[in-house]
Design a protein around this ligand. Structure first.
Ligand SMILES: [Zn+2]
Length: 105
């Protein structure tokens, strides 16, 4: 396993994610006049909920990427955090930020 390559891949994923999160956040903060119409208000609330859910998924992935980068730093990358078995190259190339093996997910 070429760790430099993995690190670059993870850093790239991280930048894309941070970019996406920032866009979601600025979308949420956008100063919209409060719609007068009740139906429009309901739609506005719904949109915010969708953004919140999306944000949560992105933040969770970002957390996992950070964990994987930390694991690269201390040499535990590729080892399952649950059972200490190898995660497997095949799984890692599909999911470079995986911190658990297929049996522990
Ligand atoms: Zn495991």
């Amino acid at each position: 396993m070429e760790t430099n390559e993995v690190r670059q891949k993870l850093e790239r994923m991280k930048m894309v994610l941070i970019d996406r999160i920032q866009r979601i956040e600025s979308d949420k903060k956008r100063d919209e006049p409060i719609p007068q119409d009740f139906a429009e208000q309901a739609v506005a609330v719904e949109n915010d909920e969708v953004l919140d859910a999306l944000d949560e998924v992105e933040l969770k992935e970002l957390k996992q990427i950070n964990l994987a980068l930390a694991a690269l730093d201390n040499g535990t990358y590729g080892t399952c955090t649950e059972c200490d078995n190898g995660i497997g190259d095949k799984r890692l190339s599909a999911l470079p930020f995986a911190t658990k093996c297929i049996n522990c997910v």
